[in-house]
Design a protein around this ligand. Structure first.
Ligand code: NDP
Length: 237
């Protein structure tokens, strides 16, 4: 088994983040999370309550993580929210809050994590995007914009830090069985299932396995990529 690494998965107290964190815990890594305020993360994960949109709390969380687990070598920017609304009714607050968490939060964590990755001359950054980033969806102008922007972020990081042993990729899940999709009305869930070639939603662990691969030794030459985990919904986009 390889040396344990310090792995930070934001929003790992539930949903997809919890599955991703569980994979790294199982392979013996030192896993931490910054989560907002909800349920506590599973045992074996260093949980820090914080807000990824707030530079000071991100800085404080990284200090705690570095002191307990060492410098972050793998960052999975997973924390995300939705505030769905049709365009004409979407308020500034609904737009700004989604951009602040999904895009701004990823940026703040990536910026802070890259400090130590540059020093170490290695690092893995995985941004959790979404199939709707490039597929689009009614009622998610805010959310899809925030997720599309992560593609530009991963590619710019790749160009800026690629020569320093750091990779940055986007994993773009389709519809995954979590609280986020359970909140959708049943008829919308059925309509989405009908459009997905695989004919089903995915389990969070199916996303986690791809993240684990991108953070592992076989993915050292993959960077700036968008890896779909969507049952064929986005047809590779
Ligand atoms: P959940 O709502 O189950 O989990 C979201 C996580 O983000 C929670 O841990 C939450 O913490 C955390 N979070 C939210 N806001 C903040 C914040 N400001 N600071 C720190 N942590 C925060 O979502 P999923 O597991 O479904 O989604 C995880 C990621 O996957 C998201 O980025 C989502 O956009 C993406 N995704 C999900 C899909 C799906 O079908 N479920 C499809 C495609 C992409 P807390 O619980 O404490 O509030």
């Amino acid at each position: 088994m390889s040396e344990p690494r310090s792995v930070l998965v934001t929003g790992a107290n539930q949903g997809i983040g919890a599955s991703i964190a569980a994979r790294f815990v199982a392979q013996g890594d030192k896993v931490s999370t910054i989560y907002h305020s909800g349920q506590e993360p599973a045992e074996g994960i260093l949980g820090i309550v914080g807000d990824v949109t707030n530079t000071e709390t991100v800085e404080a969380a990284f200090k705690t993580i570095e002191a307990q687990n060492g410098p972050v070598e793998v960052l999975v920017a997973n924390a995300g929210i939705t505030r769905d609304q049709l365009l004409l009714r979407m308020t500034d607050a609904e737009f700004d809050s989604v951009l602040a968490v999904n895009l701004g939060g990823a940026f703040k964590c990536v910026r802070r994590a890259s400090k130590s990755m540059i020093r170490l001359r290695r690092g893995r950054i995985v941004l959790i995007g979404s199939v709707v980033a490039l597929y689009g969806t009614a009622g998610q102008v805010n959310y899809s914009s925030s997720k599309a922007a992560l593609v530009g972020m991963a590619r710019s990081i790749t160009r800026e830090l690629g020569a320093r042993g750091i990779t940055a990729n986007v994993v773009a899940p389709g519809f995954i069985d979590t609280a986020m999709t359970a909140a959708l009305p049943q008829e919308r869930q059925d309509a989405y299932k009908a459009a997905i070639p695989a004919g089903r939603f995915a389990q969070p662990d199916e996303v986690a396995g791809v993240v684990q691969f991108l953070a592992g030794p076989d993915a050292g030459y993959i960077s700036g990529a968008v890896i779909p985990v969507d049952g064929g919904l986005g047809m590779g986009h």
